[in-house]
Write a protein that binds this ligand. Structure first.
Ligand code: FAQ
Length: 311
């Protein structure tokens, strides 16, 4: 390794400037960034499935149009992030293969089923809410293309969060059956949403190094606490109960205390044994195979253009 290049890298980080695609980076920085961006891209793409499940059954044209737009945004985020990974030398085809062969992770949250239309609202409120909480600080991440991608993605996530909350407010003004549906969806999604922030700091293998490289700006537990504090007044305004008897304000800490997360469930879901892991991956694999003709046609067209044909 070249001490000059390493010095330049370290001083860019120390001055809070961005690392750009042509800059020299340590091999582990590249590896970490590719892992994190790829996992994030895969999450967006797999994350289209739970809500996509409801597009054909949305209760009104308005709800269908909103949901279509949201799921389409997620595809956009995924493609945007795969492009960011390419700036680090990753190959997009390989990344997709890693996903469908189960070699690369995606967020645990997308391995839970969406049982009622209230789940669409709760995903917007809690899952997008957690995503924003985690991703706003990533707009200051040290890797330029990722940090810039996060700015646009966060703006769209805020719209997603609001559409979910608005959907829930509407349902809460409806019938007792609708209110019950919202409460049940909240009960099912609350704990998995807390797991989105990753393992506790003490068990997080990457946090220390990623904080030192300013890839991450806060630890998993810090962001999880921020999300809990943010969600409590939102649940009150909505009129639902968060399913945690230990959840209460701690004036001394200036934060809410909350109950222990079931980390054995988290481990099971992350290692492929969640309620929908097999289904999600199989669906993505099938879509990839069925899209082969599109990739072939696009490649044939590009080759023809490169050959100088003018049609
Ligand atoms: N699920 O050492 P750490 C969305 C893995 S939002 C699965 O703490 P790190 C929007 C981790 O990769 C969701 N795996 O790791 C949307 C590592 O694995 P490895 C996506 C998890 O990276 C909403 C190991 O455990 N957001 O898609 C999870 O420092 C609605 C050790 O963990 C992002 O990806 C988990 N929950 O911190 C779309 C944000 N947590 O490879 C559609 C960017 C951890 O060493 C609908 N990523 N692991 O075996 C991050 O901020 C970080 O990567 C963390 C994890 C915080 C997720």
């Amino acid at each position: 390794s070249d001490p000059d290049l390493e010095g330049q890298f370290e001083s860019t980080i120390a001055r809070d400037q961005r690392i750009e695609p042509r800059d020299w980076v340590p091999a582990d920085y590249r590896k970490t960034m590719i892992r994190m961006i790829a996992q994030h891209a895969h999450s967006e793409i797999i994350g289209m499935q739970p809500e996509g499940n409801w597009i054909t059954r949305a209760p009104s044209l308005r709800r269908k149009a909103i949901l279509l737009a949201k799921v389409q945004d997620e595809a956009g985020h995924g493609l945007y992030l795969y492009s960011a990974a390419e700036t680090l030398g990753a190959d997009r085809t390989e990344l997709t293969e890693n996903l469908i062969e189960g070699k690369q992770k995606y967020s645990s949250i997308f391995n839970y089923p969406t049982l009622t239309f209230a789940d669409v609202g709760v995903i917007g409120w809690l899952v997008d809410g957690a995503a924003i909480c985690n991703q706003v600080p990533l707009c200051r991440s040290s890797y330029g293309p990722y940090a810039r991608a996060m700015i646009r993605i966060c703006k769209e996530e805020s719209f997603h969060q609001r559409q979910g909350y608005e959907l829930l407010l509407t349902m809460m003004k409806g019938t007792p059956a609708q209110r019950k549906m919202v409460q049940e969806a909240t009960d099912r999604w609350w704990w998995p949403s807390l797991m989105m922030f990753g393992p506790p700091d003490a068990d997080s293998s990457h946090t220390a190094q990623s904080m030192a490289w300013k890839i991450k700006r806060h630890t998993n537990d810090e962001l999880r606490q921020r999300f809990v504090d943010m969600s409590v007044p939102q649940a009150e305004a909505l009129g639902v109960t968060l399913p945690d008897p230990e959840l209460k304000w701690n004036a001394e800490r200036g934060h809410h205390d909350f109950g222990e997360i079931d980390w054995s469930e988290f481990k099971a879901v992350v290692s492929g044994n969640g309620p929908c892991n097999a289904q999600r991956t199989a669906h993505r694999k099938k879509a990839h195979e069925q899209g082969a003709w599109v990739r072939e046609a696009a490649a044939a067209y590009a080759a023809k253009r490169a050959g100088g044909d003018d049609d």
